[in-house]
Design a protein around this ligand. Structure first.
Ligand code: SF4
Length: 189
């Protein structure tokens, strides 16, 4: 390798040689960085989604390869966020892939001190049994003034800000059908 080639590996020298005062162009690159590719380059499709972390609802592009998520980035088409994500939203990839994520239902029975692992089907049955029991035990056809109400005040729901529009719609629909009137969301508090 000649002296000029050696000097050319020095970014300041390349800047001087090419008159690139800001070093924002080609002179900022190395042989290694010239061949780097974003990890999204191998995606076979991009799915539009919404950040689940807060009520702002920033748009996200979910990059998928062979049915697995490669990366999640801000969606430039979103009129809400125009491609931006805050640090929390930028870390959404870890929400679905993080090694600390719990994949089982954990249950701590009344008075219990330990978490027990339950099959999802069993846990869903337990929730349904409790809803049915409480609704039956607290059902009111009329209020204290004799007005028709057909409701239960024995169950309330507080949703989290990570719920999206579609989930909130279904929750409200289900709970209203059950006669549950105390339905609130953390995003309104
Ligand atoms: S990216 Fe940040 S501001 Fe946007 S919805 Fe997610 S948590 Fe909220």
């Amino acid at each position: 390798m000649g002296v000029l080639d050696l000097l050319d590996r020095w970014p300041v020298f390349r800047q001087l040689r090419k008159g690139d005062a800001t070093a924002l162009g080609d002179t900022a690159m190395t042989e290694r960085s010239r061949h780097l590719e974003p990890r999204t380059a191998g995606a076979d499709r991009v799915v539009k989604s919404v950040c689940p972390y807060c009520a702002v609802g920033c748009g996200q592009d979910v990059y998928v390869k062979d049915g697995r998520i490669l990366d999640i980035e801000g969606d430039p088409d979103s009129p809400i966020s125009r491609g931006r994500l805050c640090p929390k939203g930028s870390a959404t990839f870890q929400l679905v892939t993080g090694s600390h994520r719990i994949h089982d239902v954990l249950y701590r029975r009344p008075g219990g001190t330990e978490w027990e692992r339950l099959p999802l089907e069993r846990a869903m049955d337990m929730v349904a049994e409790r809803v049915k029991h409480t609704r039956d035990a607290t059902w009111e056809d009329t209020d204290v003034n004799g007005l028709d109400v057909h409701r239960t005040l024995g169950i309330a729901h507080l949703g989290g800000a990570t719920l999206d529009n579609e989930e909130n719609y279904l929750i409200k629909k289900l709970f209203t059908a059950l006669g549950i009137v105390q339905v609130e969301n953390q995003a309104r508090i």
